[in-house]
Write a protein that binds this ligand. Structure first.
Ligand SMILES: C[S@@+](CC[C@H](N)C(=O)[O-])C[C@H]1O[C@@H](n2cnc3c(N)ncnc32)[C@H](O)[C@@H]1O
Length: 469
């Protein structure tokens, strides 16, 4: 059975949750059979049987917000073999020598051939080794994998390729200072594109670790970060302090579970801001609608949509003026027929932009007097607007206060009172437990996940709810 490696984005839990949800509900059914904080190993039910499944992988890559790269797995080496060949301290030289030879033999077999990493030997060949550890803060990564395993792989592969007839075999050289310190990131997607590593005689070869061992894969598709960056940074209006990151916007759209016929799916963002979520929804082919109470925001968003439509070389349809409008969320259901929308995806008001942590009472007051009534009305209106079993994916704030506490709304209660049931973001039944507690999903069912940088005063918490029918 063919297996595929998915390299996860920096918020790996959110990326795993998105991928698992996709594999459960989209037409590309499958299962995550192993994972770490950097990769997921996927078995599809049908996809691999198609002759041109690479097109499907490209479509999956385009859809997912939390996936950096997708590769095909060619083999697996169990963790004991790796630890015997590359121990922290070498004591048993013979064992090291024997197991290293074993690893070279495995690689030798998967390198060249019709169904292998390189389809045949070329005169000139180039490769980049990317090692993804189980967790970046495992000591084994900087001390052993970067310092010993990577040079071993670079050298062994070069020798094998030359032995098999390549006159020139070169590899990607990571900066010396990163190699020395062990503080090394495998190459980013744009580097894969820059070095042409998706062509036949050039490849990125991934060694993706989990607790079980290492999966050896070749990269088949990568995220195109330039396109997302362009929308995020070059649109006429942006506000970095309040805009949601593009990847998060895509992940949220996927939690709506609207994977088929997106061009017929009507979705709404009633707290539009500068339009980030709906700009990405437009790229993903949805029928988009958006509103905001702030006249200036609506004007700016309209400009952003017109700019994007021109970039996409689409005729500028009239919809921008009809579907993007000023409205208070409290009265938004009066603008549409009942059950008009297939999904709602939004980032409501999160409270003031704090440069420093507020006092506990200050945060409580914002949460209870300002945000709670607003979120209540948002759910009330959403119930009228959504089709039965339609989903809302949205963000609610967690405010960190001076005294070290985190204050948040009781979203579950607000949602329940308005006819919604919560959908856990991670279905823990679909994951088996890992021994490292940092990789646990099963102990605390992850009903909602957080997206935040260290020290951020307002953290974003991502929730999914379904309208009860
Ligand atoms: C956190 S921002 C959304 C930012 C957006 N995700 C983006 O990337 O630009 C929240 C938005 O909600 C709007 N808002 C606040 N109260 C509202 C209300 N009662 N009805 C509609 N919009 C409201 C604000 O004007 C603001 O643009």
């Amino acid at each position: 059975m063919d297996r595929f490696i998915f390299v996860l984005g920096s918020n790996w839990q959110l990326a795993l949750a998105e991928l698992d949800n996709y594999l459960k509900y989209s037409q590309h059914k499958g299962k995550i059979i192993d994972y770490s904080a950097n990769i997921a190993v996927v078995e599809f039910e049908e996809l691999h049987k198609k002759q041109y499944y690479i097109n499907d992988l490209m479509e999956i890559q385009f859809t997912l917000g939390g996936c950096q790269k997708i590769g095909k797995i060619f083999n697996f080496i169990d963790i004991q073999t790796i630890l015997n060949a590359f121990p922290f301290n070498i004591e048993k030289y013979k064992e090291v020598e024997r197991t290293r030879k074993e690893i070279i033999n495995i690689i030798d077999k998967l390198l060249i051939g019709k169904e292998q990493i390189f389809p045949k030997i070329y005169e000139s060949m180039f490769y980049c080794i990317s090692i993804y550890p189980n967790l970046y803060d495992d000591e084994y990564y900087p001390k052993v994998l970067v310092k010993h395993f990577l040079p071993f792989l670079n050298k062994s592969l070069m020798e094998i390729l030359k032995e098999k007839g390549a006159t020139k075999a070169l590899y990607y050289k990571y900066p010396e200072k990163n190699l020395k310190s062990g503080n090394l990131n495998p190459i980013f997607p744009h580097v894969v594109i820059k070095y042409d590593l998706l062509t036949e005689n050039r490849a990125e070869i991934i060694f993706g670790f989990t607790e079980e061992g290492v999966y050896v894969a070749r990269t088949f598709t990568v995220d195109n970060p330039n396109f997302k960056k362009k929308i995020d940074e070059e649109r006429p209006y942006k506000e970095f302090k309040s805009s949601i990151p593009p990847k998060l916007a895509l992940i949220m759209l996927n939690f709506l579970n609207l994977f088929e016929n997106r061009e017929h799916m009507k979705i709404l963002d009633p707290f539009l801001g500068n339009g980030t979520i709906m700009l990405f929804a437009l790229v993903q082919d949805f029928q988009i609608y958006g509103s905001d109470i702030d006249e200036i925001k609506v004007k700016n968003s309209k400009r952003n949509f017109n700019w994007l439509l021109e970039e996409l070389e689409e005729d500028v349809p009239l919809f921008v003026n009809e579907r993007i409008f000023i409205a208070n969320v409290e009265e938004i259901s009066t603008r549409f027929e009942k059950n008009f929308f297939d999904g709602i995806c939004t980032e409501p008001e999160l409270g003031p932009f704090f440069l420093e942590k507020p006092y506990y009472l200050q945060a409580k007051e914002i949460i209870y007097t300002k945000l709670e009534p607003l979120y209540n009305r948002f759910f009330r209106e959403s119930y009228k607007l959504l089709k039965d079993t339609g989903r809302i994916c949205f963000i609610a704030p967690i405010i960190s206060t001076m005294d070290g506490s985190d204050i948040q709304l009781n979203i579950e209660k607000i949602a329940m009172e308005n006819g919604f049931s919560q959908v856990p973001v991670i279905d823990s039944n679909r994951f088996f437990n890992k021994s490292n507690p940092k990789l646990h999903f099963l102990k605390n069912p992850h009903k909602a996940l957080i997206d935040a940088k260290k020290g951020q005063v307002i953290k974003r918490k991502i929730f999914v709810f379904e309208k009860k029918s």
